[in-house]
Design a protein around this ligand. Structure first.
Ligand SMILES: O=c1ccn([C@@H]2O[C@H](COP(=O)(O)O)[C@@H](O)[C@H]2O)c(=O)[nH]1
Length: 275
């Protein structure tokens, strides 16, 4: 399915959710009883997807947890991607970006060899490093804006250039490269105070918001200023959902955690009159 912002909005309203479930399926944290199976990571992901697919609008496998295992990890990723229902948005969290001809190969990896709907990209090599990803119709680039980690203070949040923070310049400049139906930004939930300004700079783009749960961000805080007329948020939680239990009940506990977040989102959607 080729997504655009309208379609994402429709899915959000239908599911009463803007939840993205992060498939950071760390082999060292997979429940023990799955480890004897032929492909423990795929079996784990399959159970998580079965347990959460009615509660979320996106899945985000973080590529590090697959490529670190070599060929078998890429195969688990391929099977996972194939298993995700077609109407759920998929994000390759790969944080790529290089000189143009190399970026094009990364783009082919995630948009053709693996048919993801989107990929996360680091913006700091500039326009020619991002453009190859934008040449794929119906696919989104998700550019790192203000990341959720403490190190975002080192450059993104505190470098001041002509009165603008570095991440603000990234948000402004990148909007010259493509429109909101192809460009999203990563904005960490750990910076709730920055959302009002960021939303004013990028009023129409979807934001992928990691940092809820394990990193301390909340749905309420990011929704206060982050929402736009098409909701405009995909809020991710990975460990807080998928590793909430390490026992045989891992999938049902993951569902409970996803349900808690979805219910908070539904409340916001009702209060803000989307529903
Ligand atoms: O700024 C960023 C960008 C990406 N991430 C990724 O999101 C998930 C968060 O996982 P949790 O377990 O919910 O903390 C993970 O894949 C990160 O690599 C981020 O956290 N912050």
């Amino acid at each position: 399915m080729a997504f655009n912002n309208q379609l994402l909005f429709k899915q959000i309203l239908a599911k009463r959710s803007y939840l993205c479930v992060g498939l950071d399926s760390d082999i060292s944290r997979i429940p023990k009883h799955l480890l004897t199976l032929e492909d423990p990571i795929f079996e784990f992901n399959k159970a998580i997807i079965d347990a959460t697919k009615d509660l979320c609008v996106a899945y985000k496998p973080n590529i590090a947890f697959y490529e670190s295992l070599g060929a078998s990890g890429w195969e688990s990723l391929r099977k996972t991607l194939e298993y995700i229902p077609d109407d759920i948005f998929t994000i390759a969290d790969a944080k790529r970006g290089d000189i143009g001809n190399t970026s094009l190969q990364y783009a082919k990896t995630f948009f053709e060899t693996y048919e993801f709907d989107s990929v996360t990209i680091a913006p700091y090599m500039g326009e020619d490093s991002v453009k190859p990803f934008l040449s794929f119709e119906g696919k989104y680039v998700i550019l790192l804006g203000l990341t959720s980690n403490k190190g975002s203070d080192d450059f993104q949040h505190f470098c001041d250039i002509s009165g603008k923070k570095l991440h603000e310049l990234v948000l402004e400049r990148a909007q010259e490269w493509s429109d909101p139906d192809q460009l999203m930004f990563v904005i960490g939930a750990t910076h709730p105070e920055a959302f009002e300004k960021i939303r004013s700079i990028a009023p129409h783009n979807f934001f992928l918001v990691p940092g809820v749960g394990a990193q301390g961000g909340t749905i309420e805080d990011v929704s206060r200023y982050g929402l736009n007329k098409e909701v405009g948020l995909l809020v991710n939680s990975s460990r807080g959902i998928i590793f909430a239990s390490s026992g045989e009940d891992f999938a049902s506990v993951a569902r409970e955690k996803a349900k808690e977040l979805q219910s908070q989102m539904e409340k916001v959607l009702i209060e803000r009159e989307y529903l």
